[in-house]
Write a protein that binds this ligand. Sequence first.
Ligand code: AMP
Length: 543
Amino acid sequence: MHGLMMDNPLLISSIVEHADINFQDREIVSVVGDGSLHRYTYGDCFKRVRKLANALAKLGLSEGDRVATMAWNDYRHLEAYYAIGGAGYVCHTINPRLFPEQIVFMINHAEDKWIMIDPLFIPLIEKIAPQISDVEGYIVMGDEDSIVNTNLDNVISYESLIKDESEQFEWPLLDERAAMGLCYTSGTTGDPKGVLYNHRATILHAYALIAPDAMNLSNRDCILPVVPLFHVNSWGSPYGAMIVGAKIVYPGPKMADGETLYNLMEEEKVSVSLGVPTVWLVLLQYAAENNKKLNSLQRTIIGGAAVPESMIRDFQDNHDVFVQHAWGMTEMSPLGTVMSLKHGMDQLSQDEMVNLQIKQGRGMFGVEMRIVDDNQKILPWDGEAFGALQVKGPWVCSDYFKLKGSAGAHTEDGWFDTGDVAKIDPQGYMQITDRTKDVIKSGGEWISSIEIENTAIGHPAIAEAAVIGVASEKWTERPLLIAVKSKDQEASKDEILSFFKGKIAKWWIPDDVVFIEEIPHTATGKIKKTALREQFSDYQSSE
Ligand code: AMP
């Protein structure tokens, strides 16, 4: 017997309807191309969202067609999210930092019909245009002036596209399982793989992320998502923020600029921010060098890579900002775990608290987790055993776009294998110890490269650290620390190695440290260990 409840589909257009009625005056502030601030309200935003939806329909698009965006975090990109997805098309967000060949692959694989681009990316698109000839046209996210100097075919400016359109739009009543977003995840090997989001997953994920034990978003918040709109839906923030009507602040092209981030936080009274550790390094450095304190920020949600202990302490000790470590991935919309306190934890000592914050947080309702060994045997949540982390849930991908199961990322019993290795403590706090591919096995035992890296970063002379396994006759593999020195700091190898004593297991301590000028990164800011392994493939371990 079915229950007698209305069967309203969960659609992102319902966020527009709700927020437009309830939060008309709430502000959205964006840094735009010339560095100035653009400021308008939710009400203004939704008028333009509906104009854009009308304009897209006139381009001859059909339900499910892909419209790509290549843009920084600003108000036009936000409008594109809602207009494209809400109107029944699929918003394919492209990371402009990827290699041009990867971008070409994604556009062709996705069969993008139109591409919306920030004026800054016109040269990049002009270069690859001959290789993406199936694209029907380009919308440059600016006014008429933004397209005067381009030789792209069939190009129109965003402002002229929407200028004469109606502010009314009848949102289609779509199937909640209809696709609305597409984001490619570029592993370190092979072609990028497309994760195809639907309305239902996106709404459920948004409900989950605003909850008190997740991001705790409310109407009283002012949110600064530094995580790009092209990186896993900016962690769901466009949806979560607009469900509650939070003020939104976007850094535009200035997302890696400490001064801009600091000023935005202070002047706009930002209470919560989201981003990867690299971005916060820049902000914290700016604050330290200029003797400034973050006065309004209350908490920051950091994920995408492990947060070093020193960063948690810097935020807390110098700025009174609570770091909420989070973990997820493109395939998971992205949230899987978020750090939040359980009852009775308010009394933790500072060190105990930091030890908890270093972990990636605990599972949210909606994501089931398990860790398994090499034989798929389920491991206990004892904080000791670590194994492959597998997940399941309504906002976890069931397959990759067009791959029809060939990626082999799912187990026979329907779990998604994250490719991460983790341990989970009895309270449910999960800690990533490695990527499966990066695991170092020494004398038959696993060593966590992440834990060594995070400890290394705690040394003042180390700005960035990466640990890889190098061949060892005796132990099969041993950890090698590769580090970039902090500006104006010196330390000998021995000093660095003795710094580990008492902080990690003795046999985890790397045998050697190599200093290099720069550690290679992927387009999403992660350490490119494949490149390092290649670079150090001839390295001889000193047994
Ligand atoms: P992406 O799909 O690009 O967001 O990358 C997802 C991967 O980033 C995960 O599978 C993890 O390996 C890594 N990752 C994400 N968040 C964290 C975190 N908080 N700590 C360590 N690794 C993380």
